[in-house]
Design a protein around this ligand. Structure first.
Ligand SMILES: Cc1cc2nc3c(=O)[nH]c(=O)nc-3n(C[C@H](O)[C@H](O)[C@H](O)COP(=O)(O)O)c2cc1C
Length: 615
């Protein structure tokens, strides 16, 4: 790991912060602000973490923002993710060779494949140099972070969770957050659709306790592998071997039969009793909302082992952009060839960071027949973690680059035809808060692969004129902003001081249909109509397509927070916000820099604390 620090200094401009900073809020807030710098963001090493509430000073540094930007992500992978994807595609297209010449040509590829399979070593790893026996286990001794003020406690945020099927034939690596309950118990937040949860079901059904080993650190590629959506039954470290061109070297955990990489920094081994669930959360998640407290399995720690000089790797999740944007970018690129067998005419796809991956996917395809885009929608919604995607927009091959968002938005709006919008139902990510019930919710598919459509409005007004007319019908409307006015379907965003359901407000606006094509409604209290990046984040997060999208007399989208007036009977969670005092303190110490513009731009603190909105 010392090598990693040197490597990060050289390749990633590692910033070393030597001031003592609290694991509660201070360190996470610094990392949160760092990743907002985009490509300029750097990895961070906090050499003096402290836990003031408990009077603990840690010797173990905290390493954050490892996947600081695209360039560093590429360096961690060793090559551009598109190149990895090409390798995977080649592998998938491998055909039996004809004749000696072809056989010889294939040899290097086959030879490289021998690196894919993890190697089990018969001795202890560096990660087992220090062994903390059961009676001395104390999770307080690890610099575990509390990210957000309303988090239910401290959470390990970059834990590699290694599990095994009951019959021992399958091993899995998944990245799941882990809540620290006390000195020896961790909450296992593997969601119901994930592989470790499937293994857990096997142990529960057999009435057996489940061994789990959690690793922290080591080669940063393990972290990426942990979040990679590999098909069920495939060990993620196969992908490690494929990308590195070197087998993952594994050693046996000391108290169970789970094999883990020899070079990780910290290993937490334990047992999960399927009978003992405990409330997990709340936790400010990568949706930018707190996930609600729910029961999850609990691990009783048996032993902790570590390297001599371990580093504690962690990340921050909250509102985008986040570190997972870069991991997600690599995943998106690398998994493209794996999507193609089920959707062969898929050219490319993109998951915008402000759509927090499962809330919005853009896909480019070659269209060969009527209903082709619909066929793809169903394929996506039916397979693996793609099935979490709430909103999918398909464009044809002539569409602009999928990352050229302004041009693409225009292209889509010029082809938006309510007759080609599919609204249906399916599974949603367990984190989704918008659906009327957990796990199942609305899905929206837009087929924008067709020709341009005629203008969907009769006349456009200025924002001011439109606001006046709207206020005459619904006084709770406080602001209007129109986007993409030159397109066939201009988008009018209105902010309301919500007192009744937004649907009632939308209905009241019917007399103004001649001025409207697409209307999006948001709450005035926590949205800035001049910030399309965060508006998109908010709207795709907050809507359940079946409840919140209306196609007549104009397309209307209710992106407001929901309550009983909307028939929403769950608890609507709050946004993640930094603690303003902590931010101010960090700024006074010269550790972070931010302007009042940044506060607004990234929604760092609640809107009512901004004071005057900066220009
Ligand atoms: C920073 C980060 C935190 C995550 N936390 C969780 C989590 O707490 N629970 C979960 O089920 N998935 C979480 N995920 C997503 C999983 O890692 C991802 O779905 C992975 O593919 C799961 O692996 P599996 O299919 O082997 O279960 C997280 C991803 C990232 C990048």
């Amino acid at each position: 790991m010392r090598n990693l620090v040197e490597w990060l200094k050289r390749e990633g401009g590692l910033r070393i912060i030597e001031e003592p900073l609290d694991v509660e809020l201070e360190i996470p807030h610094v990392a949160y602000l760092e990743v907002k710098k985009g490509e300029a963001s750097r990895p961070l090493l906090f050499t003096r973490p402290v836990w003031r509430a408990r009077g603990i000073e840690y010797e173990m540094p905290v390493l954050m923002n490892l996947y600081a930007n695209r360039e560093l992500t590429e360096k961690i992978l060793g090559r551009h993710p598109d190149e990895v994807a090409v390798g995977i595609e080649e592998l998938m297209k491998l055909k039996p060779p004809k004749g000696l010449k072809e056989k010889l040509k294939m040899l290097p590829k086959l030879f490289a494949l021998k690196n894919v399979f993890p190697k089990r070593l018969g001795f202890r790893g560096e990660c087992q140099e220090i062994v903390i026996p059961s009676e001395e286990v104390d999770l307080d001794r690890l610099p575990i972070l509390k990210t957000w003020p309303e988090d239910g406690g401290r959470f390990i945020t970059m834990g590699q969770v290694y599990t095994r099927s009951l019959d021992g034939t399958m091993q899995n690596l998944g990245m799941y957050r882990l809540q620290q309950y006390d000195k020896r118990r961790l909450g296992m937040h593997w969601q119901i659709h994930k592989d470790a949860s499937h293994f857990f079901d096997q142990y529960r059904d057999a009435g057996k306790k489940m061994p789990v080993t959690v690793c922290i650190g080591g080669d940063p590629l393990y972290i990426w592998c942990g979040q990679a959506p590999m098909p069920h039954g495939m060990f993620e470290l196969l992908l490690y071997g494929f990308i590195r061109g070197r087998n993952a070297q594994l050693v046996k955990s000391l108290t169970n039969d789970i094999y883990i990489p020899r070079d990780v920094d910290i290993v937490i081994e334990g047992i999960v009793d399927p009978e003992a669930m405990e409330i997990e959360g709340p936790f400010g998640d990568h949706t930018g909302y707190y996930t609600l407290p729910e029961p999850f399995p609990v691990m009783e720690v048996e032993t902790i082992t570590m390297k001599k000089d371990p580093l504690f790797a962690a990340t921050v999740v909250g509102k985008p952009p986040l570190e997972d944007k870069y991991m997600g970018w690599a995943t998106e690129r690398i998994f493209l060839p794996m999507l193609k067998p089920m959707a062969p005419d898929l050219i490319d796809y993109n998951m915008p960071e402000n759509g927090v991956f499962h809330n919005l996917i853009l896909a480019k395809m070659e269209v060969h027949y009527k209903g082709h885009a619909q066929q793809f929608m169903h394929a996506f919604w039916g397979v693996g973690q793609m099935s979490f995607v709430k909103h999918a927009i398909f464009v044809g091959k002539e569409a602009p680059d999928l990352e050229d968002y302004p041009a693409l938005a225009r292209h889509i709006l010029d082809r938006l035809d309510p007759a080609k919008v599919l609204i249906t139902e399916g599974i949603v990510d367990q984190l989704d808060h918008a659906s009327p019930q957990t796990l199942v919710g609305g899905k929206l598919g837009i087929d924008a692969t067709g020709p341009e459509v005629p203008k969907a409005y009769e006349e456009l007004l200025s924002d001011r004129e439109l606001l006046e007319k709207m206020q005459a019908l619904a006084p709770e409307i406080v602001a209007v902003k129109q986007y993409m006015r030159e397109s066939a379907n201009p988008v009018t965003v209105i902010a309301i001081e919500k007192e009744r359901s937004a649907k009632e407000v939308i209905d009241l606006l019917e007399p103004l249909a001649r001025y409207l094509a697409v209307l999006a409604v948001v709450d005035a209290g926590n949205n800035d109509l001049d910030n399309p990046y965060m508006l998109l984040w908010r709207i795709v997060n907050n809507i359940d397509a079946q409840r919140d999208i209306f196609l007549q007399p104009f397309v209307a989208i209710d992106g407001t927070n929901k309550d009983a007036n909307d028939g929403y009977m769950r608890h609507w969670p709050g946004d993640t916000h930094c603690d303003p005092d902590v931010l101010e303190r960090l700024r006074e110490q010269g550790i972070v820099e931010y302007s009042s513009k940044d506060l607004v731009r990234w929604g760092l603190i609640p809107f009512d604390l901004y004071g005057e909105k900066p220009e």
